[in-house]
Design a protein around this ligand. Structure first.
Ligand code: SF4
Length: 688
């Protein structure tokens, strides 16, 4: 008889790619990930997952993984031990503070990191360095959502649970291609449409859900505010608003009404390129539905007027009375891009906001944090990410710690980003691989990925879920949590909260919305929505029953005028470039390009209309050179009809193509979120 050792139970964790937050069961054999299976009881995914969550784990065992710290010696990144690397970081940070005061140091935390790591990073920056110069990559995607939704409703998150959206009889999907970027949500939305909900899609491209839409509104990039005002105009004009809700629970109608009069469908059609009859049809669908829901993506936020766009879109459920647990609709839900965009901001990795969104200029919010931390909190808001690069270029910033972001591949106008890093005396990068940014670093610290650490993420509908270690990190790589502790210790400081569970518990002591959430509770209950103010609170899936979280308890209508984007096509740059994501890859592609997913989608493309291809002498499948006012990229043409003539599209998953050298420095006037969605470009065939 032979005795078989029982297989270890799969490790339940939360996907580390997009913000949907799929629960995954990781099968581990002999210390390696053998399979990743979608959890049947996953609260968001219910037995589904996409090609990223399921198959993009080959990077774990890639021979290119960083396993030892690297320090630049004589211009070359050289392997050193942890003690030496930590010493270089600590002395560099001390020197920067000594020469330029605490504000000469900044950190970019990460939406890829856990909540607990983000909490620890901002605590380090505020209490050990003594500055508010900490930000995270939500700056580059959903900062306008946080600002806009807070101004409209009071909290920096979606108004409803995605489970509610599934009861909707009209889905308005705006500026998003969830079939590729958030595939499990895309599938659930499509199922809802197939089950009978009316589907309205507002997006320049005719891909994904747009192919199944009852009405598709392909508005010209950069014209969102006009489009949303046009829809609101029809709601008001045709009596499709909720007068009782507007009287009892809203504010701002007197300012909005005269503005909407300036946006009749005919004028909006001229601005957006969408036929007036389709604007009217979409507004009627939304206005006449029993339970309308809005889901939106980065096509709303990544604009010069992104926060205005969020606010103009948020006007629709307010006018309709379809928000605030009224039973008449399911509000508005932003599709967060990265796995933990919501959580990184919730944890206070922001230059103006503390954990739980208390403002650094608010004495009461500072006092709550100081009581827990035992250290003063700086009173001046810190630098946002784009301002950090500006400060590095002009010498004000002398040390920058970048945690898990390949900013030279993913941030806009990447040539200038690289110049900024080169000008900064100390650049420290926590990374899995030596990517574009590491080329400009003085110290590179090898760290663990989402399958190699413990903690929590918050998904797109405000759900905390557990992240659990499936396998150990390779070689000497450490978790970001351990690295932040070690850097603090090297500077003679003790951040306390030695474990991720202790860090989340500490965060709950100064952020009442998270006070009832703990690792122990999540292990027992699976997921919890915030706000969850006490250990016996169930967590609020649907917000604003009875009152909104604004200062007067009302939902606030906004009246921003439509203003044009930062760049318009002209004779020199006649095409508009929109960037986005594709189904098999994720952001810079550092993980998804190292494994099975590369075979599914091996190279980037520039999508363009047949008319533009003919006009520029470009063949399908041929290499093209794309120029903008900011840089140049080389891509492969993919000729098709999903875009209007004059518009081109590409993803940014392949750093060798340098797509973000094309994108501009234009950014949302309220939040500095870059205008990735509108860049004027020209193209020509490349030498084959
Ligand atoms: Fe789910 Fe998004 Fe992960 Fe795909 S990438 S498995 S949709 S969380």
């Amino acid at each position: 008889l032979t005795s078989r050792r029982p297989e270890p139970a799969p490790v339940r964790t939360t996907c580390g790619y997009c913000g949907v937050g799929c629960a995954l069961d990781v099968v581990v054999r002999e210390g390696e990930v053998a399979a990743v299976l979608p959890a049947r009881d996953g609260p968001v995914n219910r037995g589904h997952a996409c090609v990223k969550g399921r198959f993009a784990h080959g990077y774990l065992t890639s021979s290119e993984r960083l396993t030892e710290p690297l320090v630049r010696r004589g211009g070359v990144l050289t392997r050193v031990g942890w003690d030496e690397a930590l010493g270089v970081v600590a002395s560099g940070l001390r020197a920067a503070v000594g020469q330029g005061a605490p504000d000469a140091v900044a950190a970019i935390s990460s939406a890829r990191a856990t909540n607990e790591e983000n909490y620890l990073v901002q605590k380090f920056v505020r209490t050990v360095i003594g500055t508010n110069n900490v930000d995270n990559c939500s700056r580059l995607c959903h900062a306008p959502s946080a600002a806009g939704l807070t101004a409209s409703f009071g909290r920096a998150g979606g108004t409803d649970s995605f489970d509610d959206v599934e009861q909707a009889d009209c889905l308005l999907v705006v500026g998003a291609n969830p079939v590729e970027a958030h595939p499990v949500v895309g599938a659930r939305l499509l199922q809802r449409a197939l089950d009978g909900a009316v589907l309205v899609v507002a997006d320049p491209r005719g891909v994904g859900l747009a192919r199944h839409a009852d009405v598709h509104l392909p508005n010209r990039p950069g014209t969102n505010v006009a489009l949303f005002h046009g829809l609101a105009h029809v709601l008001v004009d045709e009596g499709l608003t909720d007068p009782g809700f507007l009287r009892d629970r809203a504010a701002g109608l007197d300012e909005l009404t005269p503005l909407l009069a300036e946006y009749p469908p005919a004028r909006v059609a001229a601005i957006t390129g969408v036929p007036a009859r389709d604007i009217v049809a979409a507004a009627r669908y939304y206005g006449r539905a029993e339970h309308p829901a809005i889901v939106y993506g980065l096509g709303v936020t990544e604009h010069l007027h992104g926060t205005d766009g969020v606010r103009a879109l948020a006007n629709l459920p307010i006018l309709r009375g379809a928000v605030g647990a009224t039973g008449r609709g399911f509000g508005i839900t932003p599709l967060r891009g990265q796995n933990n965009v919501q959580g990184a901001s919730d944890m206070g990795a922001l230059p103006d906001l503390l954990p739980g969104y208390g403002h650094v200029t608010d004495p009461a919010a500072r006092a709550r944090a100081e009581a827990v931390w035992g250290r003063p909190v700086p009173t001046t808001p810190g630098l946002r990410i784009p301002a950090m690069f500006d400060a590095a270029r002009d010498g004000r910033l002398r040390a920058l710690w970048i945690i898990g972001e390949d900013v030279c591949a993913t941030d806009p106008d990447s040539t200038r980003v690289a110049e900024a890093l080169d000008a900064c005396p100390l650049v420290v990068v926590d990374e899995l691989f030596a990517g574009e940014t590491a080329r400009h670093a003085d110290v590179v610290l090898p760290v663990a990925s989402w399958l190699e650490k413990d903690g929590t993420f918050v998904n797109f509908d405000r759900r905390f879920q557990r992240v659990r270690t499936a396998v150990g990190p390779p070689g000497g790589a450490r978790t970001d949590f351990a690295v932040v502790h070690a850097v603090a210790a090297a500077m003679g400081a003790d951040l306390g909260c030695r474990t991720p569970a202790a860090a989340l518990a500490e965060c709950g002591r100064l952020a009442p919305d998270f006070a009832g959430i703990s690792h122990e509770r999540l292990d027992r209950e699976g997921a919890l929505h915030w706000p969850c103010p006490s250990p016996d609170a169930p967590g609020e899936a649907t917000l604003y029953a009875g009152t909104f979280a604004t200062s007067d308890g009302r939902a606030h209508l906004a009246a921003p005028p439509y203003l044009p984007p930062g760049e318009e096509p002209d004779a020199d740059y006649p095409l508009l470039l929109v960037t986005g994501r594709r189904w098999a890859h994720y952001n810079s592609g550092s993980m998804t390009r190292r494994g099975a997913n590369l075979g599914l989608d091996p190279q980037g493309h520039l999508d363009l209309h047949p008319e533009d291809a003919a006009r520029h002498g470009v063949r399908d499948g041929a290499p093209v050179v794309v120029d903008s006012r900011h840089g140049q990229a080389r891509l492969t043409a993919r000729v098709g009809g999903d875009l209007a003539p004059g518009q081109v599209f590409c993803a940014f998953h392949f750093p060798d193509e340098h797509v973000n050298s094309l994108t501009s420095g234009h950014a949302d006037t309220a939040t500095s979120c870059p205008e990735y969605k509108v860049t004027a470009v020209r193209l020509r065939p490349a030498q084959e």
